[in-house]
Write a protein that binds this ligand. Structure first.
Ligand code: AMP
Ligand code: MG
Length: 413
């Protein structure tokens, strides 16, 4: 058997994303519940924020022309706390005003209370000259009426929820959550809780992939159905896949995608649709499968993705390939991830044919330290690390070199 040529990540990702047509469902959700969801429509402001010119200080609103020199004395004729509004202010007058209160008509500046001395009989002395416009927040300086403040395809974070609320939106139209069925494969796998550590039979390992895959899918806005470990029988596997395809947008499995491996997933998916086994030029994570499981009497098929079984391979291929895919299903416009130039504080003397994703941690000196064991089975590397170095194929690294860093904080957000 000839080995298939390795496919570069830069070639694989666009091929994969070309399959990820955005789901059509739209949901109206409370703005409170929209964190992490994806906007299905542009959000347009129906008012100005702030609605009126208002004071950014506790102090006095006045006419700057009255205070061209320090020491001016003005009559205090009105008091404007936040939530109220004042009346016409005339020459020689000042209005006691508080942060957020609207500037009364006729006034064109605010002086902070620290620059004033309150005098007897409702008068105030302003101890500094006041320029026009001082301490005024202008109407619309945050948002102008009619402006698109948030665009369709934006993944919402707390700041966006606040901005939507500031223009009066109690609900937002968001994309439907992708429904993902999660399977594990492998006869060696045991679920934590089913067998105690001291009772584990020889050759058995706990199913760890299922835990991080489910958590990552949920963080990305997916509704996950955990279908457990696929039964080790051809017919049962086909039945499980066919059933899952009816009610899900994506079936995700881990394990059993290595070349030449005996397992039931591959023939089962092939019998229900199509399956492409890719050999990606990345490390960890070479084997990867993408395919489709047809749905009876429906034109569209359910997506299928198979990740490698080694935990770190599964973790990294999920972030590189599944993450952008499920974001694209929700119509997210920006699915790529930031790579930051940083300094390696380690040596990596052996270049690899494949592009590597090395688990590293930022240190107090502003550089990156390397986890000593980069094996694809060592999940501790992903816990110890706070990101990866995206190292091009054929590249060695010497202490002091600039490398491209991807932060888990952003990647897993
Ligand atoms: P495979 O991709 O099925 O050849 O598996 C590669 C390695 O990953 C083997 O050592 C498996 O035991 C291990 N593995 C597969 N699935 C899981 C899983 N869900 N959790 C932890 N390790 C796994
Ligand atoms: Mg296996």
């Amino acid at each position: 058997m000839t080995r298939p040529a390795l496919l570069s990540l830069d070639d694989a990702l666009p091929q994969l994303l070309a399959q990820a047509r955005a789901l059509t469902g739209v949901q109206l959700v409370s703005t409170f519940d929209a964190d992490g969801r994806v906007l299905a429509r542009d959000v347009v402001a129906a008012l100005q924020v702030p609605p009126q010119d208002n004071s950014s200080m506790d102090g006095y609103a006045l006419r700057a022309a009255d205070c061209a020199q320090a020491g001016a004395v003005l009559r205090v004729t009105q008091r404007i706390p936040a939530g109220t509004h004042g009346t016409q202010l005339n020459a020689g007058e000042a209005a006691r005003i508080f942060t957020g209160a609207p500037i009364p008509p006729g006034a064109d500046a605010v002086v902070m209370q620290e620059d004033c001395d309150a005098l007897e009989s409702e008068q105030v002395q302003v101890t500094k000259a006041v320029p026009a416009g001082q301490w005024i927040r202008r109407s619309g300086e945050d948002v102008t009426r009619g402006a698109t403040v948030l665009s369709q395809g934006t993944r919402l974070t707390p700041a966006e929820l606040g901005l939507a609320a500031s223009i009066g939106l109690a609900q937002l139209q968001v994309s439907a959550r992708p429904r993902v069925a999660l399977f594990s494969t492998g006869d060696e796998l045991v679920m934590p809780g089913d067998v105690a550590p001291e009772a584990m039979p020889a050759g058995a390992i706990y199913n760890s992939n299922r835990f991080f895959l489910r958590a990552m899918l949920q963080r990305l806005g997916c509704e996950v159905t955990d279908l457990g470990i696929v039964p080790d029988k051809r017919d049962a596997t086909i039945a499980a896949l066919r059933d899952a395809a009816l009610h899900h947008d994506l079936i995700l499995t881990s394990g059993g995608v290595s070349v030449g491996e005996e397992d039931h997933i591959k023939p089962a998916v092939e019998s229900l649709g199509e399956l492409n086994l890719w050999q990606l030029a990345i490390k960890p994570g070479k084997p990867f499968a993408y395919g489709k499981v047809n749905r009876e009497a429906q034109a569209d098929a359910c997506h299928f993705m198979g990740l490698p079984g080694n935990p770190v391979s599964s973790f990294v291929t999920f972030l590189l390939l599944v993450r952008p895919f499920v974001l694209a299903l929700q119509g997210v416009t920006k699915t790529d991830i930031t790579r930051t130039d940083m300094t390696a504080h380690f040596d990596w003397p052996r270049a690899d044919k494949r592009r590597e994703f090395l688990r590293v941690k930022r240190n107090a000196q502003g550089g990156l330290d390397l986890f000593p064991n980069q094996s694809s089975g060592v999940l501790t590397s992903a816990v110890w690390g706070d990101g990866v170095v995206d190292n091009p194929a054929g590249q060695t690294i010497s202490k002091g070199d600039t490398v491209r860093f991807i932060s888990f904080a952003e990647w897993l957000a």
